[in-house]
Write a protein that binds this ligand. Sequence first.
Ligand SMILES: [Cu+2]
Length: 639
Amino acid sequence: MNLASSAPRCDKKTGKHSLWVVMLMLTFVDAEMSPECSMTYPCADKLGQGAAYAKPVQLTSPGRPWTVNLTVDIGTITFDWLQLKRRLYNGGIPGPTITVRRGDVLTLNLKNNLSPVGNELGVGLNQRNHPNTTNIHTHGLHISAQDPQDNVLVSVEPGSKYQYVYQIHPHHAAGTLYYHAHHHEAAGFQVQSGLAGMIIVEDDPSDMPPELNAASCPSHCENDIQLFFQDSLMYVDDEMAFWELQRTMHDYVGFRNFEKISSGNTTLVDWLSRNVNYFITNGQLQPSLGMTTSQIYRFRMVNAGGQHTLELYIADGAGNPTSKCEIREIALDGIYLPKPRILRGGQTLLVAGAKADWLVKCDTPGTYKLASYPRKSNAASIGLIKRYDDVLATLVVSGAESVKKFPSSLPSLAPYLRDLQNADETEVKARFTVELGPSQTLNREKWSHPVKYRYGMRLNELQEWSFLNSDNRSHPLHMHVNHFQVISYNNYTGGIGLSTDDESNWYLVDMKDQTDKCYYQHAGFDPEINVEREERYPPVIDGELGLSQIGDYRDTLLIPPLTNVTVRFIPRDYVGDVIIHCHILQHEDRGMMMAAKIVNEGESTSADVKSGGAYPGTCRLTDRYPPNSAYTLAEEIEG
Ligand SMILES: [Cu+2]
């Protein structure tokens, strides 16, 4: 990465600086002051970079039943001279960090103050994709999806309220999670606008080795660093740029930055779409974090963006990975790893919706960068997906050295999780395939109303699922309620999805020659459609960073093209809906979402498993699987 090129440049100024402006500049030597930059004189090199790191607003459990109030309304986010109207929680970005304790009863009052008509002039109706209807998802919590808990099918209409009452599991895994708006068709727009915040399930100091306790809340919050990454300043990225989302969502015209600017006959949004494309960290642009030499810090990091993949690392001033800071990965998606882990290639992959905790220690004073670097050698395993290339925060390390050691162990798995890698085959009670396909489909269909259950599973029965991607693009797949354990990456045997240029139609072809159409297709299969298929498929996945390490528990997993990943989990504690979706939220909003259900032991698991007469993952007729045979890939094994 070229860090120098990441510094955006000021728009060329005309000779309009009047003498008093120059005098002002001489008077205020403080670099924060930029009187020459404004909404009508935009300049990118004064966009508020480098302010001191600040934690988001903190709301912490008092250890008895408690209440959090979140109001969704239009507010202003400010980066130096730049002011943007956004949908925000409690007027800030990000939303407050909510720290819960195990066994908490947390009442969350969500008040939607957005207008049913979009704005006071009656323009920008809350119609197309309902930009002003919202709800909340507690991403990564092991919690009931039934009302009034984590039900993402709830609609909180403009001007109305909803009261969530969350019963936090008495033995919930301690870790870093988050919450965000999840109203179908509006999720991507609202999350990019700013509707997201961190959830921390607080650690019990008695569970932690002393070295970890010394870097963690609740005992040592001074070393516990929250880094909440949001894609709220993405204006250059074509169809997923915020201005484009505002357009397609019919956002109120007054929030779309059509104000005229000085340089030529153009508008601020025009300028933004050429100059501003950033992740923000805790609502700040590349904040600066002061660290003490050799002190161990815990970094809690959330990729709350809805599209880009972050390939995190710590760089020196020239952008090269530095050995002067040591890093250990200690948790992914809020679940502690078996032990502290050295990063593969010095990087951690954080797809949209993923979380990671690091322990970080820099033994040499200096200035370093926490950044995302899309390294070429990661490309094959990560596949086609937006990859961010810029700085997220600056680390300024100073002060006296003192010898500190990383812990050698980590807290053990929560009791509702266990290592399923070596579970006996006879314990596997059900198998199911989630097939990711082109045109934003899961199991060959788009999300539909009313809710169609694509699979049923019983509480406490070990599930073995395949996540199989027939699309030529990578998708981060997220499952609600239960985390799953990555068991294996398998040879790909599914079909290959080929779509028309506009992705309005698609079909599956055979894996081997990519020409023969599959026997099993989706319900809307049209054999006559014409698809582009040159160079559609990257080489076989053989990389590193794009693939999870075997045995890790995740709630969001990158599924590269033509991969087939086996995962296992045991649905515990909660019956009800399980929503599964792509965490590129634009894909989810366009239909890449499905529902499964968890029922009690002994109850029927019947569901609409087939699509177009076929089970997901199937392609060809073979001797083994003749037409109408009991193809078991997706079927429950009778126990
Ligand atoms: Cu996707």
